[in-house]
Design a protein around this ligand. Structure first.
Ligand SMILES: [Zn+2]
Length: 215
């Protein structure tokens, strides 16, 4: 082998090792964190405001049904939610979170109190919350003041519907703003609840009944 050939051989081998290592790295990352893995939102962003109602007694169950206020979601839901929040932040707002993943056992408790599929999903079918693809949210301004959405969260009545228009213009425009940004980022709205959004690609994921770590 001539000196030139030896050098070429060395160079090709060297780059061959680098590129195969790079491929392994990519492969490893994808294998460890699939888009459907359940993750904690706070590990991916510190830009959200939390008001996790079911970790308090301030909800329609009148009971604290979550041991702690964590927002668990599938990774793909987290990615879409962060993209939406970035859009809101460009306009001086950010997302306030009321509920994320919800264990199926909690869904059953909710159904016992409100057995109306317009407001609570039948646990036999499972909610998208039980699948890690739904969020209950509002938006707050730079002072932390929540936008007026016309009703509180979990108001089970016609006034909470996107189709109800007998509301002040500012309320309609706040709801429209929330909906527009969420839809742009891969979510569907839910007609009877202004606060509820489903990730479009999360509708068929498996229902889950895990509990999260509160340490
Ligand atoms: Zn919801």
């Amino acid at each position: 082998m001539s000196q030139l050939n030896k050098s070429l051989f060395f160079l090709i081998s060297f780059f061959g090792i680098i590129s195969s290592n790079a491929q392994n790295e990519v492969y490893k990352t994808e294998a460890v964190i699939a888009d459907t893995t359940f993750v904690n939102l706070k590990d991916y962003s510190s830009d959200f405001i939390y008001d996790m109602k079911y970790a308090t007694e301030d909800n329609f169950l009148k009971a604290k049904v979550y041991d702690c206020a964590e927002c668990l979601l599938r990774l793909k839901t987290v990615k879409a939610l962060i993209a939406a929040n970035n859009d809101f932040m460009k306009k001086g707002f950010r997302i306030k979170i009321y509920d994320c993943y919800r264990p199926l056992s909690i869904q059953k408790k909710m159904w016992e109190i409100v057995s109306n599929p317009e407001y609570v999903a039948d646990p036999k079918k499972g909610s998208i919350h039980n699948r890690g693809g739904a969020v209950d949210i509002s938006i707050v301004d730079s002072n932390g003041k929540e936008a007026n959405m016309g009703t509180p969260f979990d108001f089970f009545g016609i006034k909470a519907s996107h189709n109800y228009v007998q509301l002040p213009k500012s309320v309609l425009s706040n709801r429209k703003f929330l909906k527009k940004i969420m839809i742009k980022n891969g979510f569907n709205s839910f007609d009877s609840e202004w606060w509820h959004y489903n990730l479009k690609t999360g509708l068929k994921d498996k229902v889950s009944n895990q509990k999260w770590n509160c340490d």
